[in-house]
Design a protein around this ligand. Structure first.
Ligand code: AMP
Length: 121
């Protein structure tokens, strides 16, 4: 799948749409999800144009990949999630329920999150 420059996270990165930013560095932007599924729900995205975790993991530079994971750790700590624990999700493709075709991970926390998956019907 080729990268769509009109996806909503591309617009956020270009400053065309506002976001509730929690973290930014040379490689990463993180902001609060507009429809939170937990008391803390933050999206962490690379600034580079990657569609999915597979795209990012194979084509991203070592610096970009490291920066994303380091950002997750830093944000989790700043949000007070490190001790109690939290969940990181990367929805991928159709079966994964990915809605926005710019790679992102969800950081979810602030309460017990229950089972990893709701059983599919
Ligand atoms: P996914 O299903 O993994 O692609 O998740 C996309 C996420 O982006 C959903 O949780 C949406 O609530 C969230 N989202 C969509 N538009 C925005 C926006 N403008 N600002 C923040 N989060 C958004």
């Amino acid at each position: 799948m080729s990268y769509d420059d009109n996806n909503i996270f591309a617009k956020i990165l270009r400053g065309e749409i506002p976001c509730d930013k929690v973290y930014e560095d040379d490689y990463v932007l993180a902001f609060r999800d507009i429809a939170p599924q937990a008391p803390v729900h933050i999206l962490v995205i690379p600034k580079g144009k990657y569609v999915s975790i597979a795209d990012f993991g194979t084509k991203g530079s070592a610096d970009e990949v490291k920066a994303l994971y380091a950002a997750v750790a830093k944000i989790a700590d700043e949000e007070g999630l490190t001790d109690g624990g939290f969940r990181v999700i990367a929805n991928t493709g159709l079966n994964g329920g990915q809605e926005v075709p710019h790679f992102h991970v969800h950081i979810l926390g602030g309460q017990k999150l229950g089972p990893m998956l709701v059983k599919a019907a």
